[in-house]
Write a protein that binds this ligand. Structure first.
Ligand code: 4AD
Ligand code: MG
Length: 438
């Protein structure tokens, strides 16, 4: 956490103190009481700020007389200001503690409702997510998610991509009609966006290589451990790029993200009990046909041309020790915009990147159809009015070269890296078919 942004007289963040590990430094910190205990006439507080945790010892003789009792009566999750100095102490939980000279209760909390038995009820914890996000594990996942985005941002800017923003209220479906959220737009039918891809395809004609990070919406009624109805997608589109080029880009990006998280979120990963080794490129590549053979051998059957069922995806995910691209999906299992192979119009130049350890799909990408007539035919096969796709078709009349792109689910990647079972843990306030509050 930056040392420059200081408020309320704070001299250090907790992380800075723990990194510096210096004895007898005068400090003022701001934070919350994560835990309080009273042993041998002394009060021990674990103070938490946005950056970390530290033990604070309050001895009667060190603080003004009234302060000792105020702290003794203080409640968990009250906001506090602690003035004191550091003390190196191997016995302290973080190798360094604070000896308080004064403690001010800035905002006293009511009795904290999250008891030990409450922790055993995930649904209760999500009912009070506005409070439970303070938990050590809950907040660690959110910090890792922030690092995933930071790493991606760094990667794209370093590599000459422009960040663009596409509308969230749209008229053209990108990923099929079944999962659209409808919006009444002053009497006109509109939808919440499923993906920024179509807009990115317009943008590359001006900017050549672009990326977006935006909320996407899918009315997926199925309750699974990897679907949210609102999630964030990082997408990128590149003019003149082939499907192979885009897989390389995905590989580099996923590698950059996972290495940065492993290096800079080691504390959070430890809190989560997650042993994570970032994968080294190149990732594996298999075809849909090869994946299907393997899945069928393990007893899960599905017809050629169907999307890979969840159980099948899990088999692939558990088979490899690092991410694997499944490429050359049948057109019948894909959205309308996919380019097919030159020698086989039933097979697309597209792929899903499957994370290992059972976590499954984290990206989908591929080459787009650049031909006007063929795309028009595909659009007419959909149930959508052609007018809403006219602008997208138009791109094919004005110099659209071969191009490719992909989308990466921010929460899917966070789930994998953090090693959490359910995707809802990766969202601050998850939206699922049964959860709209808080
Ligand atoms: O596979 P999807 O649907 O692909 C697209 O939307 C393309 N238009 C992207 C592109 O080529 N620009 O979504 C991309 C990724 C998935 O691989 C997954 O990681 C994530 O977005 N995703 C979801 N994450 C959470 N909840 C959901 N319901 C998700 N649906 C997709
Ligand atoms: Mg996909």
């Amino acid at each position: 956490m930056s040392t420059r942004y200081k408020v309320g007289g704070r001299t250090h963040t907790i992380r800075e103190l723990l990194e510096e590990q210096k004895d007898r430094v005068p400090i003022t910190i701001l934070g919350w009481i994560q835990n309080k205990s009273f042993i041998g006439g002394m009060i021990f507080l674990i103070i938490r700020d946005g950056s970390g945790y530290i033990q604070t010892t309050i001895k009667k003789e060190n603080v003004p007389p009234e302060v000792f009792n105020v702290v003794k009566d203080s409640t968990k999750e009250s906001a506090v200001k602690v003035i004191g100095e550091t003390k190196l102490d191997k016995r302290a939980p973080y190798g360094l503690e604070i000896i308080a000279k004064n403690v001010e209760i800035i905002a006293k909390a009511d009795v904290w409702p999250i008891t030990r038995s409450a922790i055993r009820s995930p649904s209760f914890l999500y009912d009070i997510r506005h409070l439970s996000i303070r938990g050590k594990k809950a907040s660690s996942v959110i910090k890792i998610r922030s690092k995933v985005i930071e790493a991606a941002t760094e990667y794209f800017f370093k590599n000459g991509f422009y960040l663009i923003s596409a509308p969230s209220i749209v008229q053209s479906a990108c990923e099929g009609g079944a999962t659209l959220f409808e919006v009444d737009y002053f009497g006109q039918k509109a939808y919440l966006t499923q993906s920024a891809q179509l807009y990115e395809e317009a943008a590359i004609l001006a900017l050549e290589r672009v990326w977006t990070i935006e909320p996407c919406f899918r009315a997926e009624k199925s309750k699974t451990a990897k679907h949210l109805t609102e999630f964030w997608m990082i997408e990128s589109e590149v003019a003149f790029a082939t499907h192979e080029d885009i897989m390389r880009l995905e590989e580099e990006l996923v590698s950059a993200i996972t290495h940065k998280v492993a290096e800079e979120c080691s504390g959070e990963l430890k809190i989560l009990g997650r042993k994570f080794t970032p994968p080294e490129p190149p990732f594996y590549k298999i075809t849909y046909d090869e994946a299907r053979d393997l899945i069928m051998k393990r007893g899960v059957t599905f017809e050629w041309g169907e999307d890979i069922p969840t159980e099948g995806e899990k088999i692939i995910s558990n088979e490899f020790d690092k991410p694997v691209f499944i490429k050359e999906f049948p057109l019948s299992a894909r959205s309308f915009y996919h380019m097919t192979k030159l020698d086989n119009d039933k097979v697309t130049l597209s792929s899903d990147l499957i994370a290992p350890e059972g976590f499954g799909e984290i990206t989908t990408g591929g080459q787009r159809l650049s031909d006007y007539k063929e795309l028009e035919k595909r659009i007419l096969q959909q149930d959508f009015p052609k007018e809403s796709f006219q602008w997208y078709l138009d791109l094919r009349r004005y110099g659209l070269p071969p191009h490719s792109g992909f989308g990466l689910g921010v929460e899917r990647v966070t789930r994998w890296v953090s090693g959490v079972k359910h995707i809802r843990a990766t969202s601050l306030f998850p939206r699922t078919p049964t959860r709209l509050n808080p």
